[in-house]
Design a protein around this ligand. Structure first.
Ligand SMILES: [Mg+2]
Length: 187
């Protein structure tokens, strides 16, 4: 089948600790610090035909520390910075609820990945989830992704150590660049 008739594929990306440095309850554009080399890494995935979707829990909204408008401003900044390097995100999904509040989308819920499946025709079984916490890996597993990848940036190294018994078949790599290279090598 020609490539453009195949179902879409996606790479789902955690935000804090994966794309940008995890700063507790970051909520201002000037706090955004990208990890080195992520633009070419994301472009590599995009050029390989993957949709790029950010999936982020932002409990600071539910806790009243900042507003959804703050989150949107941060995301507009992230999108603009990366658009300048020809990286375009297809969707940014935010779960704003506090951890103890009911939430359909909060990771490890697969809800947003299922939404992407329905909206873009994403074949989840040929898609990937990348993050620095166990909940990110679980999100990918819960959605039926091909693999979940754990990056050692952010809380990743700690996750690798503390959750060693729960990593199942997660692919553990140093950072997003290594994750993109690993995915590209599966093609
Ligand atoms: Mg994270």
């Amino acid at each position: 089948m020609p490539k453009d008739l195949l179902p879409a594929r996606a790479v789902f990306l955690d935000r804090d600790g994966t794309l940008i440095r995890d700063k507790n309850y970051l909520h201002r554009p000037d706090e955004v610090e990208f990890f080195p080399g992520i633009a070419p890494a994301l472009r590599q995935l995009q050029d390989a035909g993957f949709l790029l979707c950010i999936v982020t829990n932002q409990s600071g909204v539910g806790r009243g520390y900042f507003t959804l408008r703050d989150v949107e401003r941060v995301h507009a900044h992230i999108e603009a910075e990366l658009a300048a390097e020809d990286v375009v995100f297809d969707a940014i999904y935010v779960a704003p609820e506090a951890p103890d509040a009911p939430s359909e989308g909060r990771k490890p819920s697969p809800k947003f990945l299922l939404e992407a499946r329905d909206e873009f025709g994403v074949d989840l079984a040929r898609s990937y989830m990348i993050g620095d916490k166990l909940i990110d890996l679980e999100t990918g597993w819960n959605a039926g992704c091909a693999r979940s990848l754990l990056v050692r940036t952010g809380y990743g190294a700690e996750t690798e150590r503390k959750e060693a018994g729960h990593l199942r078949d997660a692919v553990v790599v140093d950072d997003l660049c290594a994750a993109a290279a690993w995915i590209a090598a599966q093609e």
